[in-house]
Design a protein around this ligand. Structure first.
Ligand SMILES: [Zn+2]
Length: 360
């Protein structure tokens, strides 16, 4: 029954703030499994239930439990009074049957971090909703792991958007109890993986299969490469309204009106394989870097500019970059001014290469 226990635990974890299992439910699902979870502190015993299903009548009525302690012996006993059939009256209930255990989400999130061999302990970001589990290297990328419940709730996207730390994160990965693998909304970079896929439940306890995370991420990355997600350019934007600012030699911040997005060369489709599943920027990305350096250095004369981008030699690449940019932004106009008028390749959009990047 550990598969049923897994479904029940994860489903409740996603839906309700307090995940409580009764003694009867645990008996039906798996006493061994719950014993292990209780041993780890993931489930902890809470106050006994105050309501119970009556087994005196045939109506399965729900009754409030009355506790009474004998003043002489000090022994506490529990009763219910069935009001469905008069002759039944007071029925004693076993105290063991009223026991219940609650899922301790803090302990569960700590257990997840331990299973991933994350050294720094995580912490709760939003009480009972969102936890940071720590950082870990996955496929040569530093990934920030989070645990999030209630992804299906209507406020989920807004809740995540309001968390500064996730917005700033380069590679956030959200573990959620139930949900098919997907990407976060475009304003939040990162991915979502369901715990349902990662956790193995058996009578001997639960385990997290980290290799699943690696293979799911690898597959998602391959899928992404096939379809380059376009920039969500607002309507009525022209090239003059677009700013591309380099944050590093791998990453840019793009803004157009109120839309701002951090993307890297891979996400703009300017990557090529460099062996062992890794990528490197194409020469079109290098061209964009050089254009930015020229745009950000007003002291350069034409001769110096020609040394960086040659109007004859680089003509083909400029033309390919033009096609890429038009497709990525979904804009039909030409992104560059006519070289006949200007004398060199000058973008209509603002292209920024910050001075401090030269020192790195
Ligand atoms: Zn009854």
């Amino acid at each position: 029954m550990s598969q049923a226990a897994k479904n029940e635990i994860l489903k409740r974890m996603d839906l309700s703030d307090d995940v409580v299992f009764s003694a009867v439910e645990i008996l039906v699902l798996s006493t061994d499994l719950f014993g292990k979870l209780i041993g780890k502190g993931i489930f902890e015993e809470i106050k006994p239930s105050k309501i119970v299903q009556c087994d005196g009548c045939e109506e399965l009525c729900i009754q409030e439990v009355v506790f009474s302690t004998d003043s002489v012996s000090g022994v506490t006993r529990a009763f219910i009074v069935c009001d469905k059939r008069e002759e039944i009256g007071r029925i004693e209930v076993s105290l063991d049957d009223l026991k219940q255990w609650q899922l301790n989400m803090e302990k569960f999130s700590q257990w997840l971090s331990q299973q991933m061999h994350i050294e720094d302990p995580g912490y709760s970001i939003i009480s009972n909703r969102l936890w940071w589990l720590g950082k870990k290297q996955v496929d040569n990328k530093q990934v920030d792991f989070f645990l999030f419940r209630g992804l299906a709730r209507t406020d989920a996207e807004q809740v995540l958007r309001d968390v500064e730390y996730i917005r700033q994160c380069k590679n956030p990965l959200l573990l959620v109890p139930f949900k098919t693998e997907t990407n976060l909304p475009y304003t939040l970079k990162g991915k979502i993986i369901s715990l349902d896929r990662l956790l193995n439940f058996s009578d001997s306890g639960i385990e997290l299969d980290f290799s699943q995370i690696e293979s799911i991420l690898r597959r998602m990355r391959t899928d992404e490469k096939r379809i380059i997600k376009k920039f969500p350019t607002p309507s009525n934007v022209s090239w003059e309204d677009v700013t591309i600012e380099f944050l590093s030699d791998r990453e840019v911040l793009i803004s157009a009106f109120n839309v701002r997005e951090k993307v890297d060369y891979e996400e703009m489709g300017l990557d090529k394989p460099s062996g062992q599943g890794f990528t490197k920027p194409t020469n079109l990305w290098e061209l964009l870097v050089n254009l930015a350096k020229i745009e950000s250095n007003p002291k350069l004369n034409t001769q110096q500019i020609y040394k960086i981008i040659n109007p004859v030699k680089d003509r083909k690449n400029i033309s390919r970059l033009r096609t890429k940019l038009k497709s990525y932004f979904g804009l039909e106009d030409e992104p560059f001014y006519s070289t006949k008028e200007i004398g060199y390749y000058k973008p209509k959009f603002k292209l920024v290469w910050p001075v401090h990047l030269n020192c790195e």
